[in-house]
Design a protein. Sequence first.
Length: 249
Amino acid sequence: MPVLCITMPMTTATTAKSAGLAESQLYRILTWLSPGFPIGAFSYSHGLETAIASGGVRDRDTLQRWIAAILAHGVGRIDADTLREAHRGASTADIEALTAANRRGLAFRATSEMALETTAQGEAFLSVCRAAWPEPFLDRWAEMLGRARETPCHAAAVGAATARAGIPLEQALIGYLHAVAANLVSAGLRLGIVGQTDGQRILAALEPVVGSAVSSALARNPSAFGAAALAVDLASMAHEIQYSRIFRS
């Protein structure tokens, strides 16, 4: 992604303006996609725990390639498209379009653990977001989901919340995919295959991967929805019956 070099001091307002965000919008997206936002993201490894146990992921290089594949071809692609369509629906207060995006995001989960990962985080995100930042459209959607006994997937909930906050789609996608990558790096740290510095090296190397995934999502036809990360899916299936584990997925 391009880097802008400015020699003059930058205030928070200047930084937000250069990113196309108002201060309140920047504040919200940083809060909502922070590791400290209470959705339990730390408890999921998305199959990584099994991949490490089997030796498929064993060092900085293999962890970086594993995460890059997820972002470009796996759940990163599914979630980017789900977030995009949810954001577009919520931007125009089209609750049916938002619900359709959510249902498709839920349907394209290869394993029960991946389904749990997105629904548990989605429910927590929407609940906390509505409690702290009340928004009538999100309340209506949550009530509609409750009546239909449906759950929000995480990407659709983030897409809806960022849209209603006026956060541009591109920035929402960058923030979301960065959070996916950061959570997987954190899992790798806790599983002991990389240290803190190597974890940051991985995130630095993934910057163009996230940028490319965002550009592709913005240009991709909705009919091209889908993913192809079979190794990740198989690792998730194996994790369901793994004897010893510390993560929920």
